[in-house]
Design a protein around this ligand. Sequence first.
Ligand code: DER
Length: 237
Amino acid sequence: SAIEAAKRLAAYTAVDHHIFPQHRVIGIGSGSTVPYVVERIVAQGQEANRHRVFIPTGFQSKNLIVDAGLVLGDIEQFPNIDVTIDGADEVDDHLNCIKGGGGCQYREKVLAEAATTFVLVADYRKKSLVLGTTWHHGVPLELVPFGYARVLQRLVALGAQPSVTLRMAGAAKAGPVVSDNGNFIVDAIFPEERMRHPTELLKELKGLTGIVEVGLFCGMAKAAYFGNEDGSVTIRK
Ligand code: DER
């Protein structure tokens, strides 16, 4: 499909521009675009990958690395990452982004912060001017189960739509989604006015007791690669 081709194009271009032989510790994100990142890294050959370790951002990311026959590394052993490449749900033109559609935003932010270079890869649907205008599912938040009801109340006080609830697992399991860290996920929809200033919103959300991490990555990415429908690539830096 055009979307899969766009994901592959973004991923391949980002790897070709940012993963060189001297890069030894690589962070691999989550979602459906990063498999193409791993595919392109594997294509660099056994020699290039022999001395590298790959740090995952969760269960899916870990399996991606293992299934590709790449060496799995632990963040405790490799706390400083050369390059982390990850997907995104929406990216504005200041490289702020919404992440967490896959519920992995905590470990994703750890690896993004730990990296010298953090790069985003996405298809054309994720390009945006104001966050929240193309991704309509809200800002993903990870929160500790204990006391979550009060956190929902405080999110509404900060402007979140009152319909805010825990992300439910749906047919897959009765009850809420539980993150790789054993916490709940909430998707909070804020008004556009608040989404125009994501750094301020992020700071307020992080101040709420019980919030573990917020799916707003502000001013962290060095570049974002978008595959377009016409086979071109848009690079935002
Ligand atoms: O959850 C995340 O932040 C992931 O990176 C994810 O949302 C990216 O999604 P996609 O690569 O499947 O579009």
